[in-house]
Design a protein around this ligand. Structure first.
Ligand code: CAA
Ligand code: NAD
Length: 283
C-alpha cells in the first residue's frame, strides 16, 4: 500500500508531534482539530521545534520552509477524503474515538488506513464501529514524539498483515523503531509504566514522601530521565487517569485502581504541565 498523504486528527501535544515527524519524513500532512485556534497552536509548536533545529545549525532555513510547506490545516473531517492514512490523536475517551472513527469511515476512501494513537483503549473495539476493521490499527507514539524512538504497533483482532506491514514501513520512514504487540488493555508500554506512576501518586497520598523526594529517588536511584510525578505532569494527569481506568476496567484487578489523589487533581483541573499545575507548578 502506498502512503503519500497523512491526516492527523487532534493537534494537541501528540498530534502536533506526529504531524511534525510525518512532514519531516516527506509526507503531505493535513493537521485537523475541532477549532482552527487549536490547529494553529499545534502548527506553532512545530514551528518552534523546527526553529530550534535551525538555531542549533542542524537544519537549513530552506529545509524548515519545505517541511512547513508540506503541512495543511483542517477543521472539516471531510478532508479525510484526501488521506491514505489517518492517525487519530484526540482525547483518551472511547466514546469520542468511536464517534470519530464512524465519521472517518464514511469520508475516507476505501484504501485508507485508520490508525489510533490511543494509549490504552482496545483497537478491536474501535475497529468494530467501522466497515473496515482489517484497516484499523494502533500506532502508539511516545511523548515527546520528535525525540522518542518507539512506535508500539497494536494489531486489532482483524487487522490485516498488509496493513500491519504498511504501518511498520511508515514508522521506519519516520525514523522510529516499531515494536508489535497484541490488543490488550494498556498494551505493553502503559500496562507497565502507568502502575508505576499510580504507585508514586499513592506514595505521596499516603504521606510516605514529597513529590520532589519520590522523583529524586527514581531519577538518581533508577536512572530514569524524569521522576514519575514529573512524567505524569508531562503526559497529562487526565490521560494518566483515563489509562488507569482502562486498565482497572479491562483487568478488573485492584492493583490498577487509580489513586484518589489523581482523581482529585483531575477534578480540580490540575492536569499537569498543559494547565500549568499538577504535582508541580509551571510558569
Ligand atoms: N518536543 C520536542 N523536542 C523536545 C521536547 C518536546 N516537548 N522536549 C525536549 N525536547 C528535545 C530538546 O530540544 C533536546 O533536543 P536536542 O538534544 O536536539 O537539543 C532533547 O529533547 C533533550 O532535551 P533537554 O536537554 O531539554 O532535556 P532532557 O535531556 O531532560 O530530555 C526528555 C528531555 C527527552 C523529555 C527526557 O526527559 C525524557 O526522555 N523523559 C522521559 C520521556 C518519556 O518517558 N516519555 C514516554 C512517556 S509515556 C508515553 O508517551 C506513552 C503514553 O501513552 C502516555
Ligand atoms: P491533548 O489534550 O494535548 O490533545 C488532544 C487534542 O484533541 C486537543 O487539541 C483537542 O482539541 C483535540 N480533540 C478532542 N476531540 C476532538 C475531536 N472530536 N476531533 C478532533 N480533535 C479533537 O492530548 P494528547 O496528550 O495529545 O493525547 C492525545 C491522544 O494521544 C490520547 O489518546 C492519549 O492517550 C494519547 N497519547 C498521549 C501521550 C502523552 O504522553 N500525552 C502519549 C502517547 C499517546
Amino acid at each position: 500500500m502506498s502512503i503519500n498523504q497523512i491526516m492527523v486528527i487532534g493537534a494537541g501535544q501528540m498530534g502536533s508531534g506526529i504531524a511534525q515527524v510525518c512532514a519531516m519524513a516527506g509526507y503531505g500532512v493535513i493537521l485537523h482539530d475541532i477549532k482552527d485556534e487549536f490547529v494553529q497552536k499545534g502548527i506553532g509548536n512545530i514551528q518552534k521545534n523546527l526553529n530550534r533545529q535551525v538555531e542549533k545549525g542542524r537544519m537549513e532555513e530552506s529545509e524548515k520552509e519545505t517541511i512547513l510547506s508540506r503541512l495543511t490545516t483542517s477543521v472539516s473531517l471531510e478532508n479525510a477524503s484526501k488521506a491514505d492514512l489517518v492517525i487519530e490523536a484526540v482525547v483518551e475517551n472511547m466514546d469520542v474515538k468511536t464517534q470519530l472513527f464512524k465519521m472517518l469511515d464514511q469520508y475516507a476512501p476505501d484504501h485508507t488506513i485508520l490508525a489510533s494513537n490511543t494509549s490504552s483503549l482496545p483497537i478491536t473495539e474501535i475497529a468494530a464501529v467501522t466497515e473496515r476493521p482489517e484497516k484499523v490499527i494502533g500506532m502508539h507514539f511516545m511523548n515527546p514524539v520528535p525525540v522518542m524512538k518507539l512506535v508500539e504497533i497494536i494489531r486489532g483482532l482483524q487487522t490485516s498483515d498488509d496493513v500491519y506491514e504498511t504501518i511498520e514501513a511508515v514508522s521506519k520512514k519516520l525514523q522510529k523503531v516499531p515494536v508489535e504487540v497484541n490488543d490488550f488493555p494498556g498494551f505493553i508500554s502503559n500496562r507497565i509504566l502507568m502502575p508505576m506512576i499510580n504507585e508514586a501518586i499513592f506514595a505521596v497520598y499516603e504521606g510516605v514522601a514529597t513529590p520532589e523526594a519520590v522523583d529524586e529517588i527514581m531519577k538518581l536511584g533508577m536512572n530514569h530521565p524524569m521522576g514519575p510525578l514529573t512524567l505524569a505532569d508531562f503526559i497529562g494527569l487526565d490521560t494518566c487517569l483515563y489509562i488507569m481506568e482502562t486498565l482497572h476496567e479491562g483487568f478488573g484487578d485492584d492493583k490498577y485502581r487509580p489513586c484518589p489523589l489523581l482523581r482529585k487533581y483531575v477534578k480540580a483541573g490540575w492536569l499537569g504541565k498543559k494547565t500549568g499545575k499538577g504535582f508541580y507548578t509551571y510558569a
